[in-house]
Design a protein around this ligand. Sequence first.
Ligand code: CP
Ligand code: NVA
Length: 310
Amino acid sequence: MQSLKGRDLLTLGELTPEELHAVLERAAAQKRMRATAKHPPQPTGRSAALIFMKPSMRTRVSFELACVDLGIHPVVLGPGDAFSRNETIHDTVKVLERYVDAIVIRTFAQADVEEVARHASVPVVNALTDDYHPCQVLADLLTIVEHKGALSGLRLAYVGDGNNMANTLMLGGALAGMDVVVASPEGFEPKQRFVDDAVGLAERYGTGAAVSVVRSPEAAVEGADVVVTDTWASMGQEAEHDARVAAFAGYTVTPELMARAKPDAIFMHCLPAHRGEEVVDEVIDSAQSVVFDEAENRLHAQRAWLSLVL
Ligand code: CP
Ligand code: NVA
């Protein structure tokens, strides 16, 4: 495998299956080491800009702490800092790369993250756009390995909005050889190009993964090893919340829906969760739920990625 040094993480689909597994193995190894580490991290003189044009709790905390663990100084920028006063993406990047060794960015348009990466001489990490959430899916795959022992051959059912999480889980599943079934109401399915990209990856690497979109949550969850959901109204869609709650009637992950999955199926959610909407307390608080393992694994997955690219 070629070194990942200097590489960008923009969608997850840019990784090969071998690279994906290397990141997950690094993350698992560092997680074990961190549990027994006795020495404080040594400063490396390196720094990273963490730009948040949308709110964040998990991503901000886990990236800051991943940087500190690696001896990298994190500099957090909000909407009042980066791209403020009509500064162009080009000029912002050309300034930042004089200061920092990596740029992590959460924003709306995927095209903006790709423009950052085109201009940047330092590695760029997508910390969520409207289209993708690769850091979350790295953490999710690490969590699935921890609970299921492996990824290949598992069936993952995603119930809900065809959003950034659905798009990225399809890519991750395709690379890892998992069957991914997405169940969404009419008008909220993942866009066809995201499905095609995932199917294309599975074919290119011969991973054996199948990716499909269905209407029925019950059909999707039947026999699943992993059941995943996410908010029905993502950041930027707040005004659509009430209409979306109506449109997603029947798509709540309930104990009755979970009962259709395998008895040892796990429940996942990237959080924040909207209890009583996409999932009920009886599921998210159940023994099947691994949502806080996922949240913890953001730190381990992102630290592994930063350590590999820097
Ligand atoms: N899951 C996730 O990305 O959480 P935050 O939006 O709080 O960062
Ligand atoms: N789909 C959600 C994920 C939040 C981590 C959003 O984009 O708001």
